[in-house]
Design a protein around this ligand. Sequence first.
Ligand SMILES: [Mn+2]
Length: 441
Amino acid sequence: MAEIFEGLPKVEYKGAQSKDALAFKYYDADKIVLGKTMSEQLKFAMAWWHNLSATGTDMFGPGTADKRFGAVAAGTMDHAHAKVEAGFEFMDKLGLEYFAFHDVDLVPEAEDISETNKRLDEIVDHIAEKQASSGKKLLWGTANMFSNPRYMNGAGSSNSAEVFCFAAAQVKKVLDITVKLGGKGYTFWGGREGYETLLNTNVGFEQENIAALMRMAVEYGRSIGFNGDFYIEPKPKEPMKHQYDFDAATAAGFLKKFGLDKDFRLNIEANHATLAGHTFQHDLRVAAVEGLFGSVDANQGDLLLGWDTDEFPFNVYETTFAMYEILKAGGFTNGGLNFDSKTRRPSYTYEDMFKSFILGMDSFALGLIKAAAIIEDGRIDAFVKDRYASYETTEYGRKIRNGSATLTELAAVAEGLGTPALPGSGRQEELQSIVNQVLFG
Ligand SMILES: [Mn+2]
């Protein structure tokens, strides 16, 4: 197969002083940070949809990028094969070890699902061959259950049992593919699992049905040898007015209510967290606290806009705080950092695809280096520990923690304390200064 990204090099680490636009300044794959290589800590993945399929189409105009990759026409099986060749050449040149896809990113959908599945079998054989020769791995697979008009009211949450069956068929097929390609994750992003108006919606019924679909996915997946994690990817809105997987806390409650929390974890997307009115860091922390931290869709939004812009990560404060949370959660096991990010519409060249990933990977590499430095510095962790010290240094504090305290005895303690001391300064500004000192030296 001819080289597709002709003239674009294998991207190398050249260090922070380099002015080579096609080199990494911070991502040094084999460098050890907190006991693991950067590539092990970061586990970068390429999203098939944005990188190989998206052309910049928006509701105001057609695409600007030509992503036929040498195929005569887009939307053909020739094009599907060309995307496989392009994807593996791209991953090789960028040093990406993982990829992720939806079923319909891989092949054009046919009228009949049996025909779509035949097309998938053909392309999955091609991907498997490329994996065997390159060692690239599938981070996770997912079924697109939001684009086809049949999913206008959702998939698991659809009012139509017929549509539910199509959703089941797609989930089953993608689980088969995920197992065949050795994937360690299967993601549910509930694109249209929500509602436009409560006037036509039975919320409890729809949530039970979503859980039923997920339970069937777990049963089927485990029966065919899928031993990875299932993920819910929270998002509060868009395309629906309200989506059931609103944020990490809502998704955690849902998983625990329906007994799915043993098999499911959360795939936290930066721009979805911010749409929910949280920071990226907040949703990562909630996932970790719930014991559900799994994987990350890496991108960044524009806080001045009310929709999901899926930009390549650029803000190093954000990547630092994200990596701080990820390291504190124990790092990735089956999950990784999937770039659910797309070039801006005017950045339409192959070179822009490379530079986008260089930006995203360097931003997260820098975030990893700085988060490790904050942890090694130790002042912030020490302050947080000390802030709760009264629960260790007093008997009543210890009893509150171990669950043996009563209101009566604590009321007696309060009476004995007279005028209580204030709880100690939060020292937010001091801590923020420490962060700046670590980031900028
Ligand atoms: Mn997004």
